[in-house]
Design a protein around this ligand. Structure first.
Ligand code: MSP
Length: 535
């Protein structure tokens, strides 16, 4: 049984609707999943929602609902529709209030308790509900103005709460050395390097045992041996990565699913939740004797006005605000093309508009419409014979092979930005090729040699577009499906999703006689009234 490529996103809190920061992680995971599928691998892509804890409970109370009703409504009306609109191709969607999850969380906890990994103690210290995290006094910042005299969470800049409770503790401290050994032996297990350094630094300072239950509210999974306590929301949430793929399942198919899927190949997360994923989570797995995830990749923040975008700080932009104007694929493209994955980057309407126009509409869109229009006009919509390729066509073929290799290597490193940059070399080269070869001039000459030359140019351009449709499909699934149809791909070569990446750049795959389809422009002119200006 071969290992399935297993990629996850964080499960998102349902305190509110998604913003484009959440969409960033989910789109990256989707592109990665689609890329691996296009490589012909078996893939499992999981996302979902984190529904327990005080953060969600308080939002529900403020909204006048029970937490379950609140979560049900947000999942059905906000989270799932957003992922649908963005063409997210997740294979499963886990909710932490589902019985398949809560039951397995309890089993996991009970096993750790029985092994002596969990003990009862008293917790006293500051807690940030927005992070759902116990803080160290040294991390806090002094409040000013309205918050003068209070100590604030450095992430949310809101006052922390003082917690004093009898809780259950997980023996996290005893895993420090084992974690350091693991990261020394597997440096690729936390990326980028800056994230790994941060984690290693943090562990070297020594770890404290972790309070993993709460008794002052009851919105959570009950501790199996003590129903006055609920499981700490992060302990509950992290387990989604195994509960969703059949950890502790009794059904044979699910057991097999777990065997072929776990460990995860990539947990994609934002750097805000790195310690949970690279310290607590592997220690939990070590305690349970389960294999550790192969990679945790912490990407940077999407900044708006120089700050991490967040609902709490009222800087959240809903994905629909962008997709309604630019379309879903343009948003998927922009968000991965604007800045390197792993670094912070700013979102800007102006930059998105400029890239849409230059790279998508005038770059890729124009290329496709020029080719289909010319093939219709000069060859009745039929892809002509390539004839004798000249050096220019050979160069295109070589470039197609090179960008495919480079894009695949970049994707292997989760360098979405680098992959798009590589693929765009082909877009630029094809536009340059048409400008140089001037097929519209060649078409004016009636002699046989010129007409053969025209055939060769049209064929080469169509081939280039065929390659682009395959390489860009994981990034822009809708547009590429249209592009694939426009070069006659479906009839000539079958569905786009079935085109293996390894074969993408084999020049000359498009059969002579394939019929181009002239459709709507791939990237229509943007409406004059931009929502950015409030018009
Ligand atoms: N529920 C926890 C995660 C549990 S995973 C076992 C949580 N949820 S969250 O709703 O706050 O979403 C966190 C994730 O959303 C971040 O880790 C990040 O991936 C993404 N982002 C949220 N805001 C973001 C930005 N402004 N920029 C980039 N990503 C952002 O934490």
């Amino acid at each position: 049984m071969s290992k399935t490529f297993y990629v996850t996103t964080p499960i998102y809190y349902v305190n509110d609707a998604p913003h484009i920061g959440h969409a960033y992680t989910t789109i990256a995971a989707d592109v990665l999943a689609r890329w691996h599928r296009q490589r012909g691998e078996s893939v499992w892509f999981l996302t979902g929602t984190d529904e327990h804890g005080q953060k969600v409970l308080r939002s529900a109370q403020a909204g006048g609902s029970s937490p379950q009703e609140w979560a049900d409504r947000l999942v059905a009306e906000a989270w799932q529709p957003t992922w649908r609109d963005l063409d997210i191709s997740n294979d499963d969607f886990i909710r932490t209030t589902e019985e398949r999850h809560t039951r397995r969380v309890q089993t996991f906890l009970q096993r750790l308790y029985d092994k002596g990994e969990i003990y009862e103690g008293v917790y006293e210290g500051p807690y940030c509900v927005a992070c759902e995290e116990f803080k160290l006094p040294g991390e806090l910042i002094e409040g000013e103005g309205r918050d003068a005299g209070q100590r604030l969470c450095p992430v949310h800049r809101r006052p922390v709460e003082q917690v004093s409770e009898t809780n259950y503790f997980f023996r996290l401290s005893k895993y420090a050395d084992q974690l350091l050994e693991h990261y020394a032996a597997h440096p690729e297990a936390v990326e980028p390097e800056s994230a790994r350094n941060e984690v290693v630094q943090f562990i070297r300072q020594g770890l404290q045992d972790l309070s993993i239950s709460r008794s002052s509210f009851d919105w959570g999974v009950k501790v199996p041996w003590d129903d006055r306590q609920v499981v700490y929301v992060w302990f509950d949430a992290l387990l989604n990565y195994i509960t969703a793929v059949g950890y502790d399942a009794s059904e044979p198919e699910l057991r097999e699913k777990f065997e072929s899927t776990w460990p995860a190949d990539v947990h994609l997360i934002g750097k805000d939740i790195l310690r949970f994923h690279a310290v607590i989570w592997p220690a939990m797995l070590m305690a349970a004797g389960l294999p550790l995830p192969r990679k945790v990749f912490a990407h940077g923040w999407l900044l708006v006005s120089g700050e991490k975008m967040s609902k709490t700080r009222l800087t959240g932009i809903a994905p629909a605000q962008l997709t309604g104007y630019f379309g879903s694929d343009a948003f998927r493209y922009y968000i991965l093309r604007a800045f390197p994955f792993g670094q912070d980057g700013s979102f800007s309407w102006e930059e998105m508009t400029a890239r849409y126009t230059a790279e998508l509409a005038n770059g890729l869109g124009n290329l496709a419409s020029r080719l289909t229009a010319m093939t219709e006009r000069y060859r009745g919509g039929v892809i002509p014979s390539p004839g004798e390729p000249t050096e220019a066509e050979q160069r295109l073929g070589e470039l197609a092979a090179r960008v495919t290799t480079n894009a695949d290597a970049a994707m292997e490193k989760l360098d979405f930005y680098g992959a798009l940059a590589a693929i765009w070399e082909l877009v630029v080269a094809l536009n340059g090729y048409l400008t140089e070869q001037q097929p519209w001039q060649v078409a004016k000459r009636d002699d046989a040699a010129s007409q053969q030359r025209l055939d060769a140019i049209l064929y080469a351009a169509a081939e280039g577009l065929r390659v682009l449709a395959i390489l860009l499909h994981p990034f822009m699934p809708r547009t590429c499906t249209t592009l694939w149809a426009s070069v006659g791909g479906p009839e000539a070569l079958g569905p786009l999703a079935a085109q293996p990446l390894a074969e993408a750049a084999r020049w000359g795959r498009l059969p002579v006689g394939a019929r181009v389809v002239k459709g709507e422009p791939l990237f229509p002119r943007l409406p004059d009234e931009s929502p950015a200006t409030g018009a």
